[in-house]
Design a protein around this ligand. Structure first.
Ligand SMILES: Nc1ncnc2c1ncn2[C@@H]1O[C@H](COP(=O)(O)OP(=O)(O)OP(=O)(O)O)[C@@H](O)[C@H]1O
Ligand SMILES: Cc1cn([C@H]2C[C@H](O)[C@@H](COP(=O)(O)O)O2)c(=O)[nH]c1=O
Length: 225
């Protein structure tokens, strides 16, 4: 019996708590007998990981950032995400295209029109229906005030090129995510990330249950790939 692949992305400003919770979501799906692919953007393939290293370290203008992000995304979709979805796997991706709209669009102030053109070029021609725009089935948005995220990160690690940006940059990025969520309310689920870990996890579980992907949902995944 084949299963339908699921594509879930996790979004939010730096330090919002995505990475801390993705492995719990992976365990929840594995407990249902699902194969889970954990991946990330920028990155996810050898080529895209090289582009990630450039994006996070080298100075460049916003268009160059956007082009590198989308180039890596195309490779990631073709090499990793689409084959996993075709197998019926659950793909859990730490960031996807909403990050480009939030960081390069809202954060850097780059025009969203060309980003939307790139989104369509990069994310079509990969799914079984070549006209279909490949998007996550669900985007979990960790919403956290930038001040709280900065405080959390100050104890966590050395900042990269994005994490070193001022609070005002992250206020714009957060607004960018809010705008993306408002534009796709069925795809987005907002998590109040300004809660202790256990409460954040409870919210995540509630999102999975609401989508029919909670504990005991294995039978519901059976179907055409
Ligand atoms: N609910 C929470 N309460 C307090 N601290 C938290 C919570 N969740 C995560 N943290 C801590 O906040 C820091 C950032 O968390 P994490 O790395 O998961 O964020 P992230 O969204 O993946 O960030 P980035 O996108 O920059 O990688 C870590 O030190 C983590 O231990
Ligand atoms: C996909 C994507 C990411 N970014 C930024 C956002 C983060 O600051 C870094 C990735 O670091 P993380 O610790 O793995 O979250 O890259 C971006 O600016 N544009 C994008 O499209």
């Amino acid at each position: 019996m084949s299963r339908t692949g699921l594509f879930i992305s996790f979004e939010g400003i730096d330090g919002a708590g995505k990475s801390s919770h993705i492995s719990e979501v992976a365990d929840a799906f594995r407990a249902q007998g699902r194969c889970v692919l954990l991946t990330r953007e920028p990155g996810g393939t050898p080529l895209a990981e090289k582009l990630r290293a450039l994006l996070l370290a080298d100075a460049m203008d916003p268009l160059t950032e956007a082009l590198l992000a989308f180039a890596g995304r195309r490779d990631h979709l073709v090499q990793v995400i689409e084959p996993a979805l075709a197998r019926g796997d659950v793909v859990l991706c730490d960031r996807f295209t909403d990050a480009t709209f939030a960081y390069q669009g809202a954060g850097r102030g780059f025009d969203c029109g060309p980003l939307a053109v790139l989104e369509r070029m990069v994310q079509t021609g990969v799914a079984p229906d070549p006209m279909r725009l490949r998007e996550p089935d669900l985007t979990v948005w960790f919403d956290l005030p930038p001040e709280v995220a900065a405080e959390r990160l100050s104890h966590a690690r050395l900042p990269d090129r994005f994490e070193s940006q001022p609070l005002e940059f992250f206020r714009r990025v957060a607004q960018g995510y809010a705008d993306r969520a408002a534009g796709a309310p069925q795809r987005f689920a907002r998590i109040d990330a300004n809660q202790e870990r256990g409460v954040v996890w409870q919210q995540l579980q509630a999102v999975l249950v609401a989508r029919g992907w909670g504990p005991g949902a294995a039978a519901a995944h059976e179907g055409a790939a």
